[in-house]
Design a protein. Structure first.
Length: 232
């Protein structure tokens, strides 16, 4: 960086200071998205390192899944809520890619994820994509793809039905809301592959289960799951 660029960045930072997504404090020059304190104290689950984590039981008896992990614990009012809100509703696409890349580096230390061949983000319906302007799950997939050095595909799993928000629904009603909303439009890239399906948050697992059921219809596909966060 030349001196002019550095002066320009300092000028911009003076009038438009960057702030930590988790706590809101001003970021230092060498900090990105998070202050060092928040980055060091993110509530990580380390589920990807466990032989059996609580999340592995979510899909037991429903759909066959190799491994299920989340990067962070989420609960109302904790910093992860601010992170997810910024990613999903504030247009902060970069935080999804940043955390996806960070998590991908961790996943590569787990024997369960070293055999993954490709990544599929949970898709948005085109109407919702147009409203939001981006798919937060695809942002996460981009980061995972970069650090795991495997491709992600946004043209394999598609969402064909527009559904209302799942937030206040029971698990049964969530399932009824999403059970038929996905299709595999282009199966060729995932035939015989170990597929990693990613999303922003895992709660009841209804949406993820509906997606996995469609993916598992493809010949010889194995499925693992990761999300940025899970309910604590």
């Amino acid at each position: 960086m030349n001196k002019f660029d550095e002066l320009l960045q300092n000028f911009i930072a003076f009038f438009y200071p960057r702030s930590c997504i988790a706590c809101g404090d001003a970021l230092q020059k060498n900090e990105q998205h998070f202050c060092l304190s928040c980055l060091m104290h993110l509530p990580e689950t380390n589920f990807h390192l466990m032989d059996q984590s609580p999340l592995d039981l979510i899909f037991a008896g429903r759909v066959p899944v190799e491994k299920v992990s989340s990067m962070l614990f989420y609960k109302k009012g904790n910093p992860v809520q601010h992170i997810l809100h910024s990613l999903k509703y504030k247009g902060n696409k970069e935080i999804g890619t940043f955390l996806g890349e960070m998590y991908g580096q961790q996943l590569m230390k787990s024997e369960y994820y070293k055999s993954v061949d490709c990544i599929l983000p949970i898709p948005l319906h085109p109407k919702k994509f147009k409203i939001r302007g981006y798919n937060q799950s695809e942002c996460i997939a981009m980061g995972l793809s970069k650090s795991m050095n495997i491709p992600y595909y946004n043209n394999v799993l598609l969402r064909t039905e527009f559904t209302e928000t799942q937030t206040k629904k029971s698990r049964f009603n969530r399932w009824e809301n999403v059970k038929d909303v996905f299709v595999v439009d282009n199966a060729e890239p995932i035939k015989g592959k170990h597929v990693l399906v990613c999303d922003d948050v895992l709660t009841t697992g209804a949406t993820m289960e509906a997606a996995i059921m469609k993916i598992k219809q493809v010949e010889n596909v194995r499925v693992s799951v990761v999300t940025l966060a899970c309910a604590n």
